[in-house]
Design a protein around this ligand. Structure first.
Ligand SMILES: Cc1cc2nc3c(=O)[nH]c(=O)nc-3n(C[C@H](O)[C@H](O)[C@H](O)COP(=O)(O)OP(=O)(O)OC[C@H]3O[C@@H](n4cnc5c(N)ncnc54)[C@H](O)[C@@H]3O)c2cc1C
Length: 231
């Protein structure tokens, strides 16, 4: 037995039956977007290598994951103490709790606003932020939440930014949204914008992105084209 912090690992490897069962479960659970993600993964990770070499290496790697790494991680791991249900981000309390009444108890809600955003998680905060940047100073925005800001999923997540398996989903939903919101663009232009959206998020994960000046320096732009684009 080994113990590290709160996690206890039993050093017994998974049986052959457990490995095969796990691999079959993973294999049968693959969906269309997982297969598309495999294609993206192979072309990114083994870029520049011949077709057979790329897929051969990927097959070895994924079989290793399904038969060894994942079954090993799934068995024999337990928590020594009960897991704290308070998210680590909120361990010292929510810094925006009871905002704005904590600092200004006499604040009252305005009678009127031009725009009301309901929900102060990532989605609402992002809408409010971009709205505030675009709207004139005379427009009033009200951001409401039934609890405290980031009290929902936004204050409870793992903090991972992982695009790999979500590429098709993100690309597809941005692309579908652009069809509605940017009817002035051609299909290839919308496709390029959706891909640039994905690339910006993914590149925030890489050292290279930070070496280039960080994500803040990157802005989606449609490549040079003969078709005029209205912003
Ligand atoms: C356990 C967990 C782990 C996760 N891990 C990751 C991860 O590692 N990486 C990742 O990218 N994503 C992760 N996610 C997903 C991510 O956190 C969510 O997709 C994201 O936070 C959703 O943001 P949101 O603003 O849409 O929703 P929320 O953050 O839930 O915000 C909605 C807000 O609306 C408020 N609200 C709801 N109804 C009303 C109402 N009627 N009136 C007023 N206010 C209302 C709520 O109080 C809440 O504050 C995870 C989610 C969970 C739960």
């Amino acid at each position: 037995m080994t113990a590290s912090s709160n996690t206890v690992c039993e050093e017994r490897s998974a049986t052959l039956f457990e490995r095969v069962k796990c691999a079959c479960g993973l294999f049968l659970g693959l969906r269309r977007h997982d297969l598309r993600a495999c294609r993206t993964f192979v072309s990114e990770i083994y870029a520049g290598q011949p077709f057979l070499a790329r897929w051969g290496k990927f097959a070895c790697w994924s079989l290793g994951q399904m038969l060894f790494t994942i079954p090993a991680a799934m068995r024999g791991v337990s928590e020594a103490k009960p897991v704290d249900r308070v998210p680590i981000w909120l361990a010292d309390g929510n810094p925006l709790a009871n905002h704005p009444w904590n600092d200004r108890p006499d604040t009252s809600l305005p009678d009127e606003a031009d725009t009301v955003v309901i929900g102060a998680g990532f989605s609402g905060a992002s809408v409010a932020y971009h709205w505030a940047k675009k709207a004139g100073a005379d427009h009033r925005l009200l951001l409401l939440d039934m609890d405290d800001p980031a009290d929902g999923a936004s204050g409870r997540n793992e903090g991972l930014v992982v695009m790999g398996c979500y590429f098709a989903m993100v690309h597809g939903s941005v692309f579908a949204d652009l069809r509605r919101t940017r009817a002035d663009l051609s299909e290839p232009q919308r496709g390029r914008l959706a891909k640039q959206f994905h690339d910006i998020i993914e590149s925030t994960q890489t050292q290279a992105a930070f070496a280039k000046g960080g994500p803040a320096g990157m802005k989606p732009q449609i490549e040079e084209t003969s078709e005029p684009i209205q912003q």
